[in-house]
Design a protein around this ligand. Structure first.
Ligand SMILES: C[S@@+](CC[C@H](N)C(=O)[O-])C[C@H]1O[C@@H](n2cnc3c(N)ncnc32)[C@H](O)[C@@H]1O
Length: 264
């Protein structure tokens, strides 16, 4: 059974880069690593967030940790131009062992795939200096609201979320970030919501958002089909719903992710 719902093929690796750029205005709205020097990124994937961090904060050195050799190989290629500002470590974030402490950390769209997010956060904390700044950004799939109808889209997201739970992940981990960080020993955690709210006011934005969601949801299709928890028809109908939603200027689409900020 696949244990990572999006897989590691080149199309998915490219999607991660496009996703990071598309979501950057929301994800980085309040991220501030000014004054920090040495950042630890866990679940860095193909380096899509790393690139944005390196560009936004020129004083940062970044250590990228990912459990997938394939993702790290692609990250090395994608970030080659940054030279020794970035290094790569293949490790499970839940068993992190780096022998040094960092003054900044960043985790994005990763805890949702980890069977024990609390363990990852505790290990991460062991690698932070006092006063270190940490941002964690995560999905909250139960926040999805669409109207009117769009039952195929709703059904697909339910199937995908159930499958993610079955393989040890949590598609609602975002809403638990406050509790998880508190339990991991971070005392002053703040959380904020951001995401999508399409309605009659959305104009051109509607098409951009529904196109992004098509690619995001399609990326889980191979795993769902391979495990027999979805069919080609399920995927086709979901895409048709998103197409309709993109064309209906009064349709409502609402989804929120959660970003937590804390210092150690
Ligand atoms: C959806 S991708 C996000 C990548 C990157 N943060 C981004 O936003 O583009 C999740 C990444 O987490 C990695 N991952 C999953 N479980 C992990 C674990 N236990 N330790 C380290 N990395 C993990 C996967 O290999 C994958 O590259």
């Amino acid at each position: 059974m696949a244990n990572y719902v999006h897989g590691f093929d080149p199309i998915e690796q490219l999607r991660l880069k496009e996703q990071a750029e598309f979501l950057a205005p929301m994800v980085y709205k309040e991220v501030d690593f000014g004054g920090c020097k040495n950042l630890l990124e866990v679940g860095s994937g193909v380096g899509a967030q790393t690139r944005i961090l390196l560009e936004k904060f020129p004083a940062l050195q970044i250590t990228c940790v990912d459990s997938s050799a394939e993702q790290l190989a692609q990250a090395r290629i994608n970030l080659a131009s940054f030279g020794d500002r970035v290094r790569f470590v293949e490790q499970d974030g839940c068993e992190l062992q780096l022998g040094e402490r960092f003054d900044a950390a960043f985790v994005c769209w990763t805890l949702e795939h980890v069977p024990s997010p609390i363990r990852l956060l505790i290990k991460l904390k062991e690698h932070l200096q006092p006063g270190a700044r940490l941002y964690v950004t995560e999905v909250f799939n139960s926040s999805l609201y669409v109207s009117p109808g769009y039952s195929h889209l709703r059904y697909y997201v339910e199937v995908m979320s159930d499958f993610q739970r079955k393989i040890g992940g949590n598609p609602d981990v975002g809403i638990e970030l406050g509790n998880l960080l508190t339990e991991a020993g971070f005392s002053s955690c703040t959380t904020r919501f951001d995401g999508f709210y399409l309605d009659a006011r959305s104009g051109e934005k509607r098409k951009m958002v529904t196109s992004y969601w098509k690619e995001l949801l399609k990326s889980a299709a191979p795993a769902l089909l391979a495990e027999g928890v979805g069919t080609h028809l399920t995927v086709k109908k979901m895409l048709e719903d998103l197409e309709k939603l993109g064309n209906d200027e009064n349709a409502i689409f609402f989804y929120q992710f959660v970003q937590a900020k804390t210092t150690y």
